[in-house]
Design a protein around this ligand. Structure first.
Ligand code: DON
Length: 456
């Protein structure tokens, strides 16, 4: 194992060692087959956005997915029907109640959210069921694509829940009696039991969580399982409702979208960072794995993973704000040096989104103040510009141009100005020095003849 990847595995191993002896909690026994689980089983797995897998303990031991299936079936429903249609039948409000409570809106009977059983049963019912594409087939395909491998059903656990699941059937009858649903939750409850009996490992769950964290693209297979907006919608509901009546406390202390299941699975997703999963079947009274909760809580605290804590971008976007006379260049005369002093230069690096673009624009304003006659924006070390940042930067540069200053960008890969996009936008060059040279000539006087832009 290399030093770098060993550090991540070590963090997981340390958590495993720290909590393996915790024997608090109970096995779920209202589904009799779940009471046969090994109470000592404990596995952890983490998968990065690059598809790097780290695991320790019983991360390859199979168990049934149970409620951890709910966000993924919700994702399928959102993909097939859209948020507005799904929300007509399943709300997105935290219930503050146990997973099997009668969490139904007064008057309409609409379940509070898709993470509690009532909402999950309706969500399953909303998945279209046709002879060519049966409901359960669609669900199993979707869960498998999230995991990146073909999953199957633990028939014994399914039979066990089907034989004892009267509370869920009662919920389904109650929902059917209260609302004008276009689908039949009573018929769908058996499919919901099958969905809960799909067999996974902690590594599978980490891949599923990582797919949500990665904007719907499975980092192991490259498969786009759901769209980016759907992945974000699911993570939002996991953040507010995924841990049932302890969702608020979980978000406060752990700070990650998460979902628990009564067989002992627990997932957490760090958006754009990682998918994390634990397996340990001893549960607290809310139906959450005791060791899993502690391990994920400690990992979040130690590695600074809380969603509301994001120091990552501070100071790292803008790398330079200066004038061109301060830059290394071929020796020039005094006249040339003075002209270079009137060319402002700002450089940025990394991926530019709204927050980063605001920093760049601020730097451009700073750079363009005073007696400068031209502004160069150096994007050579920028790796990506999203649509919002592109629009912001283009309009910011246009304002500088409207103010009477020449604008040029060093943008060899055409991230800000694509090929054939020269008109109206800033002039594009392949390097900072070419952009500076052109600006230096133009600040000398009006209408200096411009060389052809470098469009590699
Ligand atoms: O519907 C049930 O009761 C189970 N099949 C799943 C419940 C569950 O996993 C709750 N989560 N902690």
């Amino acid at each position: 194992m290399s030093a770098a990847t060993g550090a991540v595995t070590d963090a997981l191993r340390e958590l495993h060692a720290r909590f393996a002896d915790v024997d608090e909690g109970e096995l779920a026994d209202y589904i009799p087959q779940l009471a046969l689980a090994d109470p000592g089983a404990f596995g952890l797995a983490l998968i990065s956005m690059d598809g790097h897998c780290y695991s320790t303990g019983d991360a390859g031991v199979p168990f049934t997915v149970q409620s951890v299936s709910k966000p993924f079936v919700y994702a399928l429903a959102l993909s097939l029907l859209g948020l507005d249609e799904v929300s007509r039948w399943v709300n997105a409000e935290p219930s503050g109640e146990a997973f099997n409570a009668i969490s139904l809106e007064h008057g309409t009977g609409r379940p509070d959210n898709a993470m509690v059983n009532a909402g999950a049963i309706v969500t399953t019912a909303l998945i279209p069921d046709t002879p060519v594409a049966p409901r359960f087939g669609r669900i199993l395909d979707c869960l498998s694509r999230f995991a990146g491998r073909r999953l199957d059903v633990d028939e014994e656990v399914y039979a066990s829940e089907a034989a004892t699941g009267d509370r869920n059937r009662a919920l389904a009858y109650l929902i059917r009696s209260t609302g004008p649903l276009p689908v039949d939750p009573v018929a769908a409850v058996e499919t919901y039991f099958r969905q809960c009996a799909v067999r996974v490992t902690a590594l599978d769950l980490a891949a599923m969580a990582a797919t949500l964290a990665n904007g719907g693209v499975n980092p192991l297979t490259g498969d786009t399982v759901v769209s980016e907006p759907v992945a974000a919608q699911v993570l939002a509901v996991m953040a507010t409702c995924g841990m049932y009546d302890s969702s608020g406390d979980w978000l406060l202390r752990v700070g990650l979208p998460a979902k628990s299941g009564v067989s002992g699975g627990l997932i957490a997703a760090g958006p754009a960072r990682f998918g994390l999963a634990t397996y340990s079947p001893l549960l607290d009274p809310t139906g959450t794995s005791v060791r899993g909760h502690r391990a994920i809580g400690m990992l979040s605290e130690r590695l600074g993973l809380h969603l509301m804590y994001n120091p990552a971008l501070a100071g790292s976007t803008v790398t330079l704000v200066t004038t061109a006379d301060d830059l290394p260049a071929a020796p020039t005369g005094e006249r040339e040096r003075v002209r270079r002093g009137r060319v402002a230069v700002a450089a940025a690096q990394g991926a530019l989104d709204f927050t980063a673009a605001e920093r760049v624009l601020y730097a451009l304003d700073e750079a363009a103040s005073g007696r400068t006659g031209a502004v160069v924006l150096d994007l050579v070390r920028v790796t990506d510009i999203d649509t919002v940042a592109r629009a912001m930067l283009r309009s910011g540069l246009a304002r500088i141009a409207d103010d009477g200053r020449r604008t040029a960008v060093a943008d060899p890969d055409g991230r800000l100005c694509g090929p054939g996009d020269e008109s109206g936008g800033p002039r594009r060059f392949g390097s900072r020095e070419e952009a500076v040279t052109w600006c230096t000539e133009t600040v000398a006087g009006p209408a200096a003849a411009a060389p052809r832009p470098n469009t590699p």
